[in-house]
Design a protein around this ligand. Structure first.
Ligand SMILES: [Zn+2]
Ligand SMILES: [Zn+2]
Length: 214
């Protein structure tokens, strides 16, 4: 039946305490068959397992799965960035306020918040919350993304916009709350994955990547 297909990648899952010996074998799952990867939610599960298995290997994390659709893959990455960026928001909460950061800046750049009918000057923390909420809302908006297993042109056109806005969240943390950024990055390598992602899929111009050293 599948003798013509290449060996699928084996992705170790986290093993819970008390896992029985024979179940350890079952914890090696494969999603490489075309049938499996086209099933709804399989991309998300596949991505989350990769992240658990190799969080510090950004190139491996952004590589399109065998037989996978590169556009659906980008979509799932963006959703995952929104999820994980909320952890950075929590970490910033103690020191990024309307007192410390009355404007959204990254280095000398300043940004207006686009989450309002007319873009306005939200303080950095509000900007970050509004931007992540906006990206998450857009990715879950059935008007733009009616399907999680195939992407239409209007959907794909949003990827660059979303990536550019989410990038500013990292950049604000890096330039204005460096200790928080470093701690969060050491724990989850999220920024390293984000940069590998935007470069691989050409979602941002290189000269708009403000963080030059990592
Ligand atoms: Zn701040
Ligand atoms: Zn706002």
């Amino acid at each position: 039946m599948e003798q013509m297909t290449a060996a699928p990648p084996r992705i170790p899952q986290r093993k819970n305490p008390g896992t029985r010996y024979e179940d350890l074998y079952k914890s090696y799952v494969t999603y490489a068959s075309p049938d499996a990867i086209e099933a709804p939610f399989m991309y998300q599960e596949y991505l989350q397992q990769l992240i658990r298995a190799s969080p510090a290997d950004p190139e491996a994390l952004v590589a399109v799965p065998p037989n996978g659709d590169p556009l659906v893959w980008q979509y799932e990455h963006l959703r995952q960035f929104c999820l994980e960026l909320t952890g950075l928001v929590v970490a910033l909460h103690d020191e990024c306020s309307d007192q410390s950061c009355p404007e959204m800046k990254a280095n000398e750049w300043q940004y207006l918040c686009a989450a309002h009918p007319t873009p306005k000057n939200c303080c950095a923390f509000d900007y970050i919350v509004h931007t992540i909420d906006g990206a998450c809302g857009l990715l879950n908006n059935p008007k733009f993304f009616p399907s999680r297993v195939s992407m239409g042109t209007p959907a794909v056109q949003q990827f660059g916009n979303i990536a550019r806005r989410l990038y500013r969240v990292f950049a604000h943390a890096y330039f204005h709350h460096r200790a928080v950024f470093d701690r969060y990055e050491a724990a989850g390598h999220l920024y390293a994955r984000f940069v590998a992602f935007i470069l691989k899929f050409d979602l941002m111009d290189k000269d708009t990547i403000l963080i030059k050293e990592q």
